[in-house]
Design a protein. Sequence first.
Length: 329
Amino acid sequence: MTHYLITGGAGFIGSHLSEALLARGDSVTVVDDLSTGRLENILALKGYPRFRFAIETITNETVMDRLVSECDVIVHLAAAVGVKLIVTDPVRTIETNVMGTEEVLRVARRYRRHVVIASTSEIYGKNEKVPFAEEDDSVFGSTTRSRWAYATSKALDEFLALAYHRSLGLPVLVARFFNTVGPRQRSRYGMVIPRFVRQALSGEPITVYGDGKQTRCFCNVRDVVAAVLGLMDAPQAVGQVYNIGSQEEISIRELAERVRSLAGSASSIVFVPYDQAYAQGFEDMQRRVPDIAKIRAATGWVPRIPLDETLREVIAFCRASPAVEVDEG
Ligand code: UDP
């Protein structure tokens, strides 16, 4: 039995990961300040005797020192997430992502704990290569465009984590999540699938940004959790960076149509210019496909859940919890 400390464990991915670890018999402590995470996400976990929860910020060194000393492995998921939040609150994005990771690594070193650092496909920025392999370049835009604050802050997290490994021997691995989706993901922070599903279910127009020709690959959170579990159990993954994502590519326009039809909705589909949706001069990525050969070679992992099944799950979840996101558009 291993004791995991999950930062951001009340969030979307963290709550699913915590559940999977508890279900297989491990101990889990979640630390979350509930800034974007929700207590509802971890209500079901209270039934497990080996589950503990601290409502606390990860920059509280006293608390982190105690929690880290008591665990074997840290999965660091606490971060400012979502393009909308990043554009509207850049100070919080930068401070949370940089200072939080610094704190986690510093304390992990004190106790020589294994650490998984969650990163993002935003790391590739506007590189136009398809698909993205782990060694490919980060291509970021100007610092005057706040969108790039997120990618830059996560790039710094990765540099720091890899430096702790190389220079100080800390056992660290970096997981780069591509678009992850499933029940509990919130529409409030701009993520496209929960937004489209909420819009379709309420009969409101489905808002496609730009011309909708941009594509993404959406990976079910259960597949993502399986990938993380596999990497944590693979000794050769230490000191390495891995892409985790689906390769089923879909345009955002087609996604809108797919959601509308699976939800049996009569919503219209409207096209909203980027400047109106985000901020003046917003830069979107046209395609984002992961190369997953590296994780496959290390652990045998491949994503298994098709997008339609994921969309049905999200639709069912949103139907069952309409009140939860009533304030969100
Ligand atoms: N998007 C959209 N309508 C929305 C929200 C997002 O068309 O209501 C688009 C967004 O511009 C991007 C894609 O959907 O091209 C995925 O956006 P998301 O924020 O989910 O993730 P990203 O891939 O941008 O990190």
